[in-house]
Design a protein. Structure first.
Length: 327
């Protein structure tokens, strides 16, 4: 998929990384504990886990934006101490300067590297064209949609020709259709070898996104964050979301993310059999939407007894959701 020849040495080597956040007078919060991973040429690796599992903290440690409390991070065999040459990052927020045009935002990294103005212009225009924003060079961020602004962030990351592209939930701030379009375009550029990068490391909590994009997925547990599992995705690109193999991998990853430790007891709720370990019954989204709309409207106005809801929605959704609660 890539231009560079593979190397025996890992592009990124994370060794026994731990990280604490200091909480003033309270005990320090351990967010990462003994995390190890390798990232090699020609692969997209996903870090998948719930919010708070330390994925973004680890990504910032790899980027050199955060120094871990313990362990070390190597990039191309060298310890990372501050922002490293050859790394670029795409953030969850668009992180554009509103007073600069698209072209000026894309040129920022080149300007910091003291690239001559004419070369800056040519490389910025080429990157803008690559990510599909040709003709918007002189537009300001306020004049762009969310998807277009994230494309500018991607162009800004690519224009410096990094070896490694880091992405921190880059599609989560976009609507579903816009995210799908940008995700597909990025995969097309990667598969065609048109991006000047050797590997991609992406943080996500979207299971389907991880299976769709990645060659390997690292599943993170939380409190503290650890690599709980590594799943290889061997499906050819482009991937079909409806294929049995795709759905099986989604189910496997879902199971890994939701599995409790073998010795962790289920916490009971107010009634026996309920609480955090309770398996909820399956309910169709249509039934749930109808139930919520009925609850919000008069005469309930946001609050109602289950028997009253049962009468209004014909027993179906209230039975499915509420019957378990009143047994």
């Amino acid at each position: 998929m890539l231009n560079a020849a593979p190397s025996d040495r890992p592009l990124v080597d994370v060794r026994h990384v731990r990280h604490f956040y200091h909480k003033g007078g309270a005990a320090d919060l351990l967010v990462l504990d003994d995390v190890n991973l390798e990232l090699r040429d020609n692969e997209i690796v996903g870090m998948l886990g719930r919010s708070g599992s330390g994925k973004s903290t680890l990504l910032r440690s790899i980027a050199g934006l955060l120094k871990p409390s313990g362990g070390e991070v190597l990039f191309q065999g060298e310890p990372i101490d501050g922002p490293a040459e050859g790394l670029s990052m795409v953030f969850q927020s668009f992180a554009l300067f509103p007073w600069l045009t698209v072209q000026q935002n894309v040129e920022l990294g080149l300007e910091a590297k003291r690239v001559p103005p004419e070369e800056r212009r040519q490389r910025a225009l080429a990157a803008i064209d690559l990510i599909g924003l040709d003709g918007f060079e002189n537009a300001y961020p306020k004049e762009l949609s969310g998807g277009m602004r994230q494309r500018v962030g991607l162009a800004r990351a690519l224009v410096v020709r990094p070896a490694l592209l880091l992405m921190d939930e880059p599609f989560s701030a976009l609507d579903v259709l816009t995210a799908e379009t940008l995700r597909t375009d990025l995969l097309d550029l990667w598969c065609e070898g048109r991006m000047p990068i050797r590997s991609i490391l992406i943080v996500t909590h979207n299971i389907e996104e991880a299976v769709l994009m990645c060659d390997r997925v690292l599943v993170f547990s939380a409190n503290p964050g650890r690599v709980a599992a590594e799943i290889r995705i061997d499906l050819p690109q482009p991937r079909n979301r409806q294929s049995p193999a795709f759905r099986a991998l989604v189910e496997e990853l879902y199971g890994r993310m939701t599995a409790r430790a073998a010795n962790a007891p289920a916490r009971e709720g107010l009634f026996p059999g309920m609480g955090i370990g309770m398996v909820l019954p399956e309910v169709s989204t249509n039934s749930m939407a109808g139930l919520l709309e009925t609850l919000q409207e008069a005469p309930h106005n946001g609050s109602a007894a289950l028997n009253a809801l049962s009468d209004d929605v014909g027993l179906e959704a209230a039975d499915e959701v509420g019957e378990r609660l009143v047994e």
